[in-house]
Design a protein around this ligand. Structure first.
Ligand code: ADP
Length: 494
């Protein structure tokens, strides 16, 4: 199949979260299955310059309309490192030559022209597909940043470009909390007529809603875990679009993400001071723990349970539960490490815990790829008490690194972690700790239970090994995406 992925971020070029991991790894996994994959991204020149890839111009420059303006677009091309994926960049320096992807990294405010930036990117991406004659069987777009692709394809490009008439349009929802909702005055920037600004199309609460455009106009929809695909059809998780999703329930599939073994495998991780696998778990992991403690200036002790969290610091991730359980937890002999950044109140919470417990807690506020790998490897337990979690990657990294996660049963956490109970410990299926409700006492019960089990090292080893021996690779998920593409193509052709 000829597959075009259109996304606003992808590893290794630009990353703000799990979306980038998925776009990069899924593209590579599809190419590994023998498909012809092109990934279209904005050219964030400041990040991409650091990747050491050779980026060359391709095709002629062209202009696209954006409301009353015309915007000059150049296309650039490179090869995804270690893969046959072709990457096409949309080069528009005024929009993408910035220090952040969506936000100013200093003020943490969204760029005020994000509607213009991503609407222009969506049109330019489809122009690139047409001008480079990619003739795709499938166009696969991701999240609000590329939702307009689905509407432009259906409303304009299928008519203009005969090669796109039978192209299957797939849209993946990675997080319903971010919708790209802009004032109605931005509608002319889409290049679509006002007849598209209706409740059945892309209007929601009198705003242009780009996520909704993706949901309404795609042939098939997917989201990143089976549980999340059910959750988002309810008011609690649908963020106002549950009704729209409910109407499309027959076309909505949940496919759990995988992890990229080139990036996230303890046996091959170049960020680690020692590599380890299933068989050499004890020594390698102990070295990583010692290095982590040394690097963070914590007491170097193998016996103390080291709990950690690597996360965007937002309300989604359950930091209120961390705050509610911290004093009980820190009465115990434990160490606690945070890496992340985001909302100031949660950054402050972590900093405060670190200053109040200098021998036990460290808070690294910032973004640090190498440290995130060392934390996964050097910790004993990983915390993810999320309010909601479409898929979540860190719990899978943790299990692959022999670091049982403690998670709330929501979205992909519910689909990937088997909670330790006497039964699951007995039959060897337990891989972590799971609590049901967003409730401090339930979280604390699992923390307490995890600390008890940690004291019984033979039992703990079994738990670690169960997580490490599961197949977390993209191979499985990529095959499920291919089945979804085939389903959409069959419908288009018939
Ligand atoms: P989300 O996409 O909601 O942020 P995921 O668990 O799906 O959550 O993915 C988060 C990704 O971002 C993981 O790869 C995680 O390691 C990484 N990450 C988050 N915060 C940081 C940070 N401060 N430093 C390094 N990596 C981070």
């Amino acid at each position: 199949m000829r597959i075009v992925q259109i996304c606003s971020e992808a590893v290794p070029f630009a990353k703000t979260g799990g979306l980038a991991d998925v776009a990069g790894a899924l593209s590579k996994a599809l190419a590994d299955l023998g498909h012809d994959v092109t990934l279209i991204l904005p050219l964030y020149s400041r990040f991409i310059a650091k990747c050491g890839v050779d980026v060359q111009p391709v095709g002629e420059p062209f202009e696209i309309p954006l409301g009353k303006q015309r915007v000059l677009i150049r296309l650039k091309r490179t090869q995804m490192p270690g893969s046959s994926v072709t990457v096409v960049f949309v080069d528009q320096p005024e929009f993408f030559d910035r220090d952040g992807v969506y936000q100013d990294p200093i003020t943490k405010a969204d760029y005020p022209d994000n509607a213009e930036r991503f609407m222009a990117f969506n049109r330019a991406a489809l122009e690139a597909v047409a001008r480079l004659e990619l003739k795709p069987d499938v166009i696969h777009a991701h999240d609000w940043q590329t939702g307009l692709v689905m509407a432009l394809l259906e409303g304009q490009f299928r008519d203009w470009v005969p090669d796109l008439r039978r192209t299957a349009a797939i849209f993946t929802l990675h997080n319903m909390a971010f919708q790209g909702a802009y004032p109605s005055a931005t509608m002319p920037l889409t290049g679509l007529g006002w007849e598209y600004f209706t409740w059945t199309r892309m209007e929601c609460w009198n705003r242009v809603n780009l996520l909704k455009a993706g949901i309404v106009f795609a042939d098939q929809l997917s989201t990143v875990s089976p549980t999340y695909s059910r959750e988002i059809q309810t008011p609690e998780f649908g963020h106002g679009l549950d009704g729209v999703l409910h109407d499309r329930t027959a076309d909505l599939t949940g496919i759990l993400n995988g992890i990229d073994p080139q990036e996230w495998s303890p046996a091959a991780d170049s960020h680690l001071p020692a590599r380890y696998d299933f068989d050499a778990l004890e020594t390698g992991k102990a070295t990583c723990k010692r290095t982590l403690q040394e690097r963070l200036n914590l007491p170097v002790r193998g016996d103390v349970p080291l709990l950690s969290m690597v996360s965007r610091m937002t309300w989604q991730k359950g930091f209120d539960l961390i705050g509610a359980c911290a004093s009980r937890l820190l009465e115990r002999d434990v160490q606690l490490v945070f890496l992340g950044n985001g909302q100031p109140e949660y950054e402050d919470l972590c900093r405060h815990l670190a200053s109040a417990h200098p021998h036990k807690v460290r808070a690294v506020v910032g973004y640090d790829e190498t440290l995130s790998h060392l934390i996964e490897a050097g910790s004993d337990m990983f915390l993810m008490p999320s309010k909601f979690e479409p898929c979540g990657l860190n719990q899978m990294y943790s299990m692959a690194y022999g670091t049982p996660p403690i998670v709330r049963a929501t979205g992909g956490l519910a689909d990937s972690v088997v909670g330790a109970t006497p039964e699951t410990l007995n039959d060897g299926t337990a891989t972590g700790f799971v609590f049901r409700d967003h409730d401090p006492d339930q979280f604390w019960q699992q923390l307490d239970w995890a600390l008890k089990l940690f004291a019984d090292q033979p039992v703990w080893r079994r738990l670690q090994r169960a997580g490490m021996s599961r197949d977390w690779s993209w191979n499985r998920s990529a095959r499920e995406y291919v089945a979804l593409y085939e389903k959409a193509l069959t419908r288009r052709v018939s």
